[in-house]
Ligand binder design. Structure first.
Ligand code: SF4
Ligand code: SF4
Length: 328
């Protein structure tokens, strides 16, 4: 069964990583995939934790660099130059973390389950990767962890847009009862239902798929597929065939993701850290630990079941949701 190690004292990191053969990273250039935070978001992973991981990779004689990709929306991470500036502002400097920061804006095609995903160049070209994922809520996928770190964060802008657009609604008038539920659940007020009229503003839609999930008559369908399915496939495109170690940080667990300048409030107390070599197992263990402290908190707060990305991940062979939790 897949091993997931839980610990609360970061001083134990060396011991934990030894359980996952960190020594095999020796001599390799290793992207440390992480999200360095949107402007004004206070919850992203901190340079102090990143430095601990960089130090461990260096002890294993690996050559790490911090790595992320540009985002599709206009903001402080839209271009490489802007993202590098923000990373610096957030404390991800050579002086603080002990290695360079690399941001990608281009990628290579990989086909998973019949769809093409553009995997960021530095991930595609690396056989060894370390993934540091901050576990928190997410308005579109309920929760963001290791699967989302790659599924959205490991691919190019074009693929990010495709994933968002793929889960937008398609409307079938004959099935609609004008109950108004889709309009009520839409976080972006992109749908309006009045008497016998259903209207949709594509410009306001962020492709979260909530309206589709909540339509009882199937009058709404995803244009392509459920976003959480596309995320799992995209993550598989990034990591398949590679040696990847995953560390999930279960701290500062906010309602919204690190892309959101208004991610508050904190919805669960700090729990600790998990390490595994399986992205599905580590996200399932993260969700299970959080649910033990605050039952179904992501689903209650974000109205999206985050288990779907884990189930889809298992179905497409990204990893296993069965795991053995080892407490250190
Ligand atoms: S939830 Fe479905 S049935 Fe109800 S108004 Fe929206 S599209 Fe129509
Ligand atoms: S996909 Fe999300 S944002 Fe778009 S209309 Fe549906 S609920 Fe609103």
């Amino acid at each position: 069964m897949t091993k997931v190690v839980f610990f609360t004292d970061i001083q134990k990191l060396h011991k934990v990583l030894a359980l996952f053969s960190i020594q095999s990273f020796e001599g390799k250039k290793v992207p440390l995939k992480l999200h360095m935070g949107e402007k004004k978001n206070p919850y992203f992973v901190k340079p102090e934790l990143v430095k601990c991981i960089v130090d461990e990779l260096k002890k294993a004689d690996a050559d790490p660099f911090l790595f992320d990709t540009t985002v599709a929306y206009q903001g402080a991470r839209h271009t490489k130059k802007e993202y590098l500036k923000l990373a610096n502002l957030h404390g991800f400097t050579m002086k603080n973390v002990g290695c360079d920061v690399v941001i990608d804006d281009s990628g290579f095609s990989t086909v998973i389950e019949g769809r093409t995903y553009e995997v960021a160049e530095h991930l595609k070209n690396s056989s060894y990767i370390f993934a540091l994922s901050h576990v928190k809520g997410h308005i579109q996928s309920g929760m963001g962890g290791a699967i989302k770190n790659f599924g959205m964060g490991g691919v190019t802008k074009e693929t990010k847009i495709k994933i968002h657009q793929g889960s937008r609604p398609m409307y079938e008038k004959d099935r609609c009862t004008y109950c108004g539920v889709c309009a009520e659940v839409c976080p972006f007020e992109a749908i309006d239902v009045e008497k016998n009229t259903w209207t949709y503003d594509k410009g306001e839609c962020f492709g979260c798929g909530l309206c589709v999930d909540n339509c009882k008559t199937n009058a709404l369908q995803h244009r392509d597929a459920d976003m959480q399915f596309l995320l799992a496939c995209s993550a598989k495109a990034c990591v398949q065939g590679k040696n990847v170690l995953y560390l999930n940080e279960l701290k500062r667990i906010a309602k919204g993701c690190d892309c959101d300048p208004n991610a508050e409030p904190i919805i669960c107390p700090d729990i600790g850290y998990l390490v595994s070599d399986d992205p599905v197992a580590i996200d399932k263990a993260s969700l299970d630990l959080i649910n033990k402290v605050k039952e179904n908190v992501f689903e209650k707060i974000n109205k999206v079941n985050p288990l779907k990305q884990i189930k889809y991940g298992e179905e497409i062979g990204l990893g296993s949701s069965s795991y053995q939790l080892i407490r250190l």
